[in-house]
Design a protein around this ligand. Structure first.
Ligand code: ZN
Length: 194
C-alpha cells in the first residue's frame, strides 16, 4: 500500500476512534519505515465522524456536503486521492460525477442561445478533453461508457422541443448511466480492515 493510501486509512481509523486531529500537515505526519505515523494531537477534539461515503480512489471528488466529514474530505483533496470534482462546460462549472458520462444531459445545461446540436457537440468535446487529461489510463473504458449512451429521441432545436414532455422523459431514461455504478478500472476502496 502506498504512503498516501496508508495515511488515508490511518486517518479514517483515527476518526472512527472518535478523534478529529484538526492539524493535519506535513510536519505532523512522520514516515516510519514507509508507514505514516500521525503525531501532535494537541489540537485534537472528540469527533463523531459523519462520513457517509467509502473513499474510492480515482473517482471525481464528491462534494464536501455529500461526503459528511470535512477533515477527511480535505485530506483526500490534498493527497489527490480523487480526480477533479468539477469541470468547465461553456460558461459554467459542472459536477463531474453528474455529467462525465452524460453528454446529452450536459447539453441541457447550455445557454438558451446555443442550438441543441452545438450544445451536444461541445458536451462531447469537453468530456473527451477532461477524460484524456484526468483519466488517461482509463480513457478507452470511459469512451465506451460514453458511447453506450444513446442520444435522446430528439434532434430538433431546443426551442421547438420545450413543450414536448416525451423528449425529456426519454432523455432521462437513456441518459441514466451512473459513475457510481461503473467506476473506472483502477479504483481502490479504502476499508478499515487494511
Ligand atoms: Zn470525520
Amino acid at each position: 500500500m502506498d504512503f498516501r493510501r496508508a495515511l488515508v486509512c490511518a486517518m479514517v481509523a483515527i476518526h472512527d476512534a472518535g478523534v478529529r486531529h484538526f492539524d493535519i500537515r506535513n510536519r505532523n505526519v512522520l514516515d516510519n519505515k514507509g508507514f505514516p505515523m500521525v503525531i501532535d494531537f494537541g489540537e485534537a477534539e472528540d469527533h463523531e465522524c459523519e462520513c457517509t461515503m467509502e473513499i474510492v480512489e480515482n473517482i471525481p471528488a464528491p462534494f464536501d456536503s455529500q461526503f459528511g466529514c470535512d477533515e477527511l474530505h480535505q485530506l483526500c483533496i490534498d493527497l489527490r486521492i480523487w480526480k477533479p470534482g468539477m469541470f468547465q462546460y461553456i460558461w459554467s462549472s459542472q459536477p463531474a460525477a453528474d455529467y462525465l458520462c452524460r453528454p446529452y444531459s450536459l447539453a441541457e445545461t447550455a445557454p438558451e442561445s446555443w442550438s441543441y446540436e452545438d450544445a451536444v457537440y461541445e458536451a462531447y468535446r469537453v468530456i473527451d478533453e477532461h477524460l484524456k487529461e484526468f483519466y488517461p489510463e482509463d480513457y478507452s473504458g470511459w469512451c465506451k461508457m460514453v458511447e453506450k449512451m444513446l442520444p435522446p429521441s430528439r434532434s430538433r432545436s431546443r426551442a421547438s422541443d420545450e413543450t414536448s414532455p416525451s423528449a425529456s422523459a426519454s432523455s432521462a431514461l437513456n441518459d441514466s448511466l451512473s459513475l457510481s455504478e461503473i467506476p473506472p478500472a483502477n479504483t481502490t476502496t479504502f476499508v478499515d480492515s487494511q
